[in-house]
Ligand binder design. Sequence first.
Ligand code: ADP
Ligand code: MG
Length: 336
Amino acid sequence: MANLFGYFSNDIGIDLGTANTLVYLKDKGIVLREPSVVALDTVTRKVRAVGDEAKRMLGRTPGNITAIRPMKDGVIADFDVTEAMLRYFIQKASQSFRAPPRVVIAIPSGITAVEKRAVMDSATHAGARKVITIPEPMAAAIGVGLPIDEPAANMIVDIGGGTTEIAIISLNGIVFSKSIRVAGDELDAAVIGYMKRAYNLLIGERTAEEIKMRIGSAYPLDEELSMEVKGRDSVAGLPKTIHITSQEVREALSDTVASVVDAVRTTLERCPPELSADLVDRGFVMAGGGSLLRGIDRLLSDKTGLPVTVADDPLSAVANGTGAVLNDLTWLMQNA
Ligand code: ADP
Ligand code: MG
């Protein structure tokens, strides 16, 4: 039997994140969620793996393979690789399509016009019939259900892997936005630095991320946690295991967390007064994987005096926003 699905829906939304790419299929929801990682042959530059498979190779590749994150800092490090990645994801998600899909792509707000063009071209080469881009914080705000069409301040703080995007939106437009290259990756780097300084222990990015997720925090925990960490002793050169606590990890993360707090405060300082007044009651919503760091919402609320909510499914907010846009015909007509 023919794939009936293909008859009805051929529009997709893509969250092209610095850490993860998500694909939303119209009428179906999120169908793909994979790391934005590509493994390349260093000699031929041929793509060896994309997504989950490529991420498993990070830090574990032999000399002839290199695993890279083309969107790492919220800018496109390598156009060809980004295109290969986008093609892989679009094709994987749209296998059942009879007609080429229309594609809505959420892109980091710090991206240049040239990079935006490159993303659109890549999607076209990858088989899209029509490509529309939407700034990531806008998609996030829509995805978490903020009433962005109202004449009132809607503020979103999206902490991703490579960038933190902060935006204030009113009447369907971005009033002010700020994108800083401090987010989850920097937190991981801070853990790596701490382990080296405090224990002469060398660990990789994946281990650092695991520590952050398992026992990391931005605010004292009701019940502090601890875990074992394995790595290589930088002096003896041999494998070693140590024990660390959540207090230590919080201390290690604190400078990086402070940079995010600063960026949020700066955004608030630039906010037009009428909108500031709205924020006193409405507060802001957090999205992105970084908002899952324990206590980050509480810390931000303390430091700004505003109510802070973390989205129900912060990792899916942007993709859900692109999905909502696919369903909004007027939006599509105006922008297509
Ligand atoms: P992007 O949109 O840039 O692709 P994501 O929103 O997918 O980023 O978030 C990825 C980041 O979130 C990574 O740095 C990851 O380590 C971090 N992250 C995911 N889950 C958690 C968690 N439970 N605690 C802390 N950080 C997390
Ligand atoms: Mg994101």
